[in-house]
Design a protein. Structure first.
Length: 152
């Protein structure tokens, strides 16, 4: 599939954040929040280093973006993340009023954007957003596979 140049560039920025996480011994997942063609928040997994189960890349990036905007709502923003978001992250994405989520690798164990469950269009949530999966999926998947193979 052919992806927009801006989606590829933003996913590459998320991959750079994932590399940072992996170098720190964290599961290599990275995320960026983009608004008006500008990255306003970057995050990577910090669950291990911060002893924080909510320290997922998406949450860290959303916090940074909200802080940069001085607003917990981020309408019109796109979240790019190297791994399909889990249910916790999808809840935070909805709360932040993100307009679009673009992810790389699918997560068949915890993915809440279509792999296990799809919360992006759930009637239970009061905010809905567009989902696009598979951007640079091979690169995102390879990084995770390499990380977990080294751990075994």
């Amino acid at each position: 599939m052919s992806w927009a140049e801006s989606d590829v560039a933003s996913m590459q920025a998320a991959l750079a954040a994932a590399i940072k996480a992996g170098a720190a011994g964290e599961v290599p997942v990275g995320a960026v929040v983009v608004l008006d063609d500008e990255i306003i928040g970057t995050g990577n997994n910090i669950t291990i280093s911060d002893h924080d189960p909510s320290g997922h890349a998406e949450i860290v990036a959303l916090r940074a973006a909200a802080n940069a905007r001085s607003n917990h709502r981020l309408p019109g923003a796109t979240l790019y993340v190297t791994l399909e978001p889990c249910t916790m992250c999808m809840g935070a994405i909805s709360q932040a009023r993100i307009s679009r989520v673009v992810f790389g690798a699918y997560d068949p164990k915890f993915g809440a954007a279509g792999s296990v469950i799809d919360l992006s269009d759930s009637k239970a949530l009061n905010h809905h957003f567009e989902i696009n999966g598979g951007v640079l999926a091979d690169e995102c998947s390879a990084m995770l596979k390499t990380f977990f193979e080294a751990r075994r």
